[in-house]
Design a protein around this ligand. Structure first.
Ligand code: HEC
Length: 161
């Protein structure tokens, strides 16, 4: 084997090793993501398992009953209750995903009722976190979010930035 050939082989070996390292790194990053997600979900699941809705309007109490019946098929009620989601768009996106899962057995109307409850509940029980999140949005985004919240809870107030 001449020197040039050996040199090429060496380079090929180095490249292969680098590629393998990169793949291993990616796999590890994904495993970490999965582990972090699992830990995050476990924390949600370990939190409080019910909401005291006795002071909520009647239609919101009905929304809670629907949530408690529909959103417990794959995880407990603790997960939505302790979720960090507070913005209307976060709830909308998530519920849409659930409604379209074939095994969720949820109609679009039921999804809407649950959405209204979760937006209302976020504006009452998680109002501090909701205001913090609104404060981080662009002016346009926060205006749009506030309109969606007020359509469901007219009493919600946000002083702005
Ligand atoms: C068909 C099974 C299923 C049903 C029904 C279901 N979920 Fe989930 N949910 C999951 C799975 C699986 C996850 C884990 C991560 C993911 O897929 O988003 C999850 C995660 C969540 C999370 C945490 C998301 C995050 O990343 O923090 C929330 C909040 C949530 N669900 C709310 C709800 C609500 C509200 C309903 C009822 C409208 C519902 N779920 C119904 C399967 C379900």
């Amino acid at each position: 084997m001449n020197t040039l050939h050996r040199h090429r082989l060496f380079r090929l070996g180095t490249l292969t090793a680098l590629a393998l390292l990169a793949v291993a790194g990616l796999v590890r990053a994904q495993e970490e993501d999965a582990a972090a997600q699992k830990a995050r979900l476990k924390k949600l699941d370990d939190g409080p398992k019910k909401i005291d809705v006795s002071t909520y309007p009647k239609d919101m109490q009905a929304g809670y009953a629907l949530l408690a019946g529909k959103c417990v098929k794959c995880h407990t009620l603790a997960r939505p209750i302790n979720s960090r989601f507070v913005l209307p768009d976060e709830w909308q996106r998530y519920i849409k995903r659930m409604v379209f899962k074939p095994d969720s057995k949820m109609t679009e109307d039921e999804g809407k009722t649950i959405y209204r409850f979760l937006v209302y509940d976020s504006s009452v029980r998680k109002a501090d976190s909701l205001r913090t999140r609104l404060g981080r949005l662009s002016h346009e985004e926060s205006e749009s979010a506030i309109a969606k919240i007020k359509a469901i809870n007219p009493a919600f107030e946000f002083a702005g930035k």
